[in-house]
Design a binder for this molecule. Sequence first.
Ligand code: DQA
Length: 147
Amino acid sequence: MASILILNGPNLNLLGTRQPEIYGRETLDDIEALCRAHAGTLGLGLDFAQSNHEGALIDAIHAARGRHDGIVLNAGAYTHTSIALMDAISSAQVPTVELHLSNIHARESFRHRSHIARVALGVICGFGAQGYVLAIDALHGHLERRG
Ligand code: DQA
């Protein structure tokens, strides 16, 4: 059974109460339940994690090597700043979909740049919690085509 990691970065533990007008009212637990239900219908194994710490996210990406077939990464603000996370993705060579709840391109200009996008399979943003489902579908399609 193919397995994927859904990895969430800083401040995403506060979803539900954090700027709901931007990020929606779903909590991270709600999103985890959504992801688990969807992965189940596709026959995918799923691990779900969150950390506020850049190094812990890097460790999780390294640990995904040989354990998971793909990653959905919402790196939060580290998306815009972290060359170390970008390097972790290129080093681990686990196909990674970049995901954001909000449409980062419709927001402040500092959110328009993504270091992750350079090394991601693709980017999904602006669809709220449903974006996680879209990202799982995108990764699943990629893994199926790759065989
Ligand atoms: C985010 C967008 C980032 O710019 C922001 O720093 C976040 C959340 C999103 O999911 O929309 O923390 O990644």
